[in-house]
Design a protein around this ligand. Structure first.
Ligand code: FES
Length: 165
């Protein structure tokens, strides 16, 4: 990890006063920055907080929000819980797989999209549900897939333009 990146990771740690109890918050900051938890960053956290690396990895693998593998800019999660399943969740997942050419747990080659599934999001009445970058899409159909992907690709362009200005 280059020095600037090391400093960035250390700034996440000092922001939380180097407190061990802030481990999850620190991991959230790292995840938000890199879209996953790079091994090098976890080593820095381990040294600074004096927590064994194996324990940090244990925490990181316990929570679904964290990923130890690089993730795409956009995370698409398709609910396959019972209610969403009977309303067509698997067909929607298949359509995402087809459009993105990846399977759940994978990331597209251009690192734009990662695909995931979940057992239930707790909002069964509006299923089938898809979550894209934290936005919930209710009563989705196969036809929703294209517009969800387009919308989130557009968001990224808007963000890029915003950063240029
Ligand atoms: S089964 Fe999909 S939200 Fe509950």
């Amino acid at each position: 990890m280059v020095e600037a990146e090391e400093l960035k990771v250390k700034s996440f740690i000092t922001k939380h006063n180097n407190e061990k109890k802030a481990l999850i918050a620190i991991l959230q900051d790292i995840q938000a920055e890199y879209n996953y938890l790079p091994q090098e960053a976890l080593k820095i956290v381990s040294v600074c907080l004096d927590i064994p690396l194996i324990d940090i990895i244990g925490v990181a693998t316990f929570y679904r929000a964290f990923s130890l593998e690089p993730r795409g800019q956009h995370l698409i999660t398709v609910c396959l819980g019972t209610a969403c399943h009977v309303r067509g969740g698997p067909k929607i997942l298949e359509e995402f797989e087809r459009k993105l050419n990846i399977r759940p747990g994978e990331t597209t080659e251009d690192c734009q999209f990662s695909l995931d599934t979940v057992a239930c999001l707790g909002c069964c009445a509006i299923g089938p549900v898809v979550v894209a970058d934290g936005d919930y899409y209710a009563q989705t159909t196969i036809r929703s897939v294209d517009s969800i992907l387009k919308k989130h690709r557009k968001k990224e362009k808007k963000n890029e333009e915003h950063q240029k200005n």
